[in-house]
Design a protein around this ligand. Structure first.
Ligand code: DGT
Ligand code: CA
Ligand code: CA
Ligand code: ZN
Length: 586
């Protein structure tokens, strides 16, 4: 991977943080902080200096830090950082996640009270020891406790990408075992909820294989605790902190169980009622007739053995798992009616990606080649705009340079007969008053513009809506980026009236992206019905900062399905020429 200004800055900041956690001399850590800011904001690429061996030509970088940077670019770390990591207890690193706790404060509490774990910290906040420290007081102790409980609440769920890694690990482990007939992931993971509580695995297996399967499950090396082990269900906790439930059923009960454990609870409630209304009982074992007194008659199984057949027996077409939230799906799938949801294979190109021009890790050409390799037909490159200095935003000069590079690459593709094109885009900051971040002369040179808010996120909701509206009606804005600004399980988004923006964007022929990064998944799928009603267009945007990031598109497609999008309302399901025409039509 290329060494970017951003990655070097992060590395240097990391050293400064560790130094403070280790209680080292303030001047030293401050020097690393200063160097980090310097590298992050300088307008040339640090990689050039590394290659030329003249890092010390940069004013403010001395020989020692230059050596650390060189070592980082060669090995991904440096001896100074590794030594610090030996010194600082691992438990203390967790304290950094407590909002409002900086490394200096952490070191002070750790040192003076002789405590290292979160539990010890909670007790010390409770019993007054933290409050008694110089410069702390009762208010600070209370604030720390509140932040810890906030943090722990978040820790009860995880992002979709984290859940996916755990879920696939167990699916891979178990699917090939002898006696396993079928295996599916159920629960909120199958429904593709944006955050996941626990992971549910369902298996149909021969009865004599059940114990061996449970044994393999509960002894996997990634497990830290077995929470329960029975004849049909076992639960474990994995090292990432998540719970995983495995249920094993007989083959003829698999589909009813899959439907039941896919949920949601709210969806199941409606399904059970529909069964009752038709003289039947639906449960995790199957669909049964009712006795005369209205009890489930387990002797009289209705012969339906797939989800498809169960839905049909209840007067519905098969409902895709992503929609099973009792959020309007019953109305849309009544009888034979259904929605032909977007599929991953409908996606023709990649919009919203960053290169080394701003805070991405790869060159434009590397990103383009990665798109080609994945079978995409175009890349809409959108580095950050000039106000986003912290992310290496492009000044006008850099924009012109980038356009030249893109023209040259497009020419090269054409000459080589490669049917692929790069669109000149920018992720323009939306300034506080709703303006875009360049003069009109520059704005009109882009093929398309994504307009995003990156600062003053905490604005009054009414003012924020106005800010977004100004940017949305701007003739150069084609797509609004990550509208709430949320970072899942970390930062709440701005609570402005999203329905109003969805309506406004549709009226002004401007799309709102579904940011496919598992940190964002923003537009939230809950606005999907409004979007459908007003005909809002969207685009499944990976917001890729590196090559792997491109593959986040799968999360975005899942959320788009949850939001009821069909491919005719998705921009990057268009072919390159169609998309270009749409870009030009505002
Ligand atoms: P999560 O784990 O919080 O992200 O959400 P889910 O939906 O995966 O919930 P979970 O793991 O508690 O249960 C999985 C599914 O099993 C759930 O979506 C529906 C079904 N289920 C579990 N408990 C109940 C229940 O008490 N009543 C009904 N109707 N369904 C249940
Ligand atoms: Ca679950
Ligand atoms: Ca569960
Ligand atoms: Zn952004």
């Amino acid at each position: 991977m290329a060494t970017t200004n951003k990655s070097v800055a992060q590395f240097l900041e990391n050293i400064a943080t560790y130094m403070r956690l280790a209680g080292e001399n303030d001047f030293r850590s401050a020097a690393f902080d200063k160097a980090a800011r310097l590298v992050e904001t300088m307008d040339s690429s640090i990689e050039q200096f590394i290659q030329n061996g003249n890092l010390t030509d940069i004013k403010g970088i001395g020989q020692s830090i230059a050596n650390d940077i060189t070592s980082f670019s060669e090995t991904g770390t440096a001896p100074v950082l590794e030594a610090l990591k030996e010194k600082v207890p691992n438990e203390l690193i967790k304290w950094l996640d407590i909002s409002g706790m900086g490394p200096k404060k952490i070191y002070k509490i750790h040192k003076e009270l002789g405590i290292t774990t979160l539990e010890e910290l909670k007790v010390a906040c409770d019993d007054g020891r933290v409050a008694a420290l110089a410069g702390m007081g009762a208010k600070s102790a209370e604030k720390i406790l509140k932040s810890i409980s906030w943090m722990e609440q978040f820790a009860e769920r995880c992002r979709l990408d984290e859940a996916e890694a755990i879920a696939y690990r167990f699916k891979d482990l178990l699917k090939g075992m002898s006696g396993v007939k079928r295996i599916e992931l159920a629960g909120s993971f199958r429904r593709k909820l944006e955050t996941i509580g626990d992971i549910d695995v369902l298996i149909a297996a021969d009865e004599n294989a059940v114990q061996t399967i449970f044994d393999a499950f509960t002894t996997h090396e990634s497990i830290v605790e077995v929470l329960g082990k029975g004849d049909t269900k076992s639960s474990v906790r994995v090292q990432e902190g998540r719970q995983v439930d495995l249920r094993i059923v007989a083959e003829n009960e698999f589909d009813a169980a899959l439907m039941y454990f896919t949920g949601s609870k709210e969806h199941n409630v409606v399904m059970r009622q529909r069964a009752r209304d038709r003289g039947m009982a639906l449960n995790e074992y199957g669909l049964f007739k009712l006795t005369e007194s209205g009890e489930t008659n387990f002797e009289e199984r209705i012969p339906v053995y797939s989800e498809d057949e169960i839905y049909k027996a209840l007067g519905l077409a098969w409902i895709p798992p992503e929609l099973r939230e009792d959020f309007g799906e019953f109305g849309s799938f009544e009888g034979d009616s259904s929605i032909n949801l977007l599929n991953e294979s409908d996606i023709k190109g990649v919009l919203h990606a960053h290169s080394t021009y701003s805070d991405g890790s790869y060159s434009i050409e590397q990103m383009a080649l990665a798109c080609i390799e994945r079978g995409y037909e175009y890349l809409g490159l959108t580095d950050h705009s000039q106000t986003a200095a912290y992310a290496g935003g492009l000044n006008e000069k850099a924009v012109y340079k980038q356009w030249k590079e893109i023209d040259a690459l497009n020419e090269k593709f054409a000459k080589e007969g490669v049917s692929f094109r790069i669109f000149k885009g920018i992720e323009s900051d939306i300034l506080a008053n709703g303006d875009l971040d360049y003069s009109i002369d520059v704005l009109k040179g882009f093929d398309f513009i994504i307009a995003s808010v990156h600062f003053s996120l905490e604005m009054e909701p009414e003012k924020m809506l106005e800010r977004f509206k100004r940017a949305t009606e701007n003739p150069y804005t084609r797509i609004v980026g990550h509208p709430t600004g949320r970072l899942l399980l970390k930062r709440e988004g701005n609570p402005f009236d999203m329905n109003a923006l969805v309506e406004f964007a549709a009226e002004h022929n401007t799309a709102i992206e579904i940011n496919a990064s598992p940190w964002r998944l923003d537009l939230d799928w809950r606005y999907g019905r409004k979007a459908e009603q007003v005909g809002l267009l969207s685009s499944i945007n990976p917001d890729a900062h590196d090559i792997e990031g491109i593959d986040d598109i799968r999360f975005g497609v899942a959320i788009a399905r949850k939001a009821r999008f069909t491919k005719n309302r998705i921009l990057n399901a268009l072919r390159a020429d169609e998309l270009k025409a749409w870009f030009e039509n505002k």
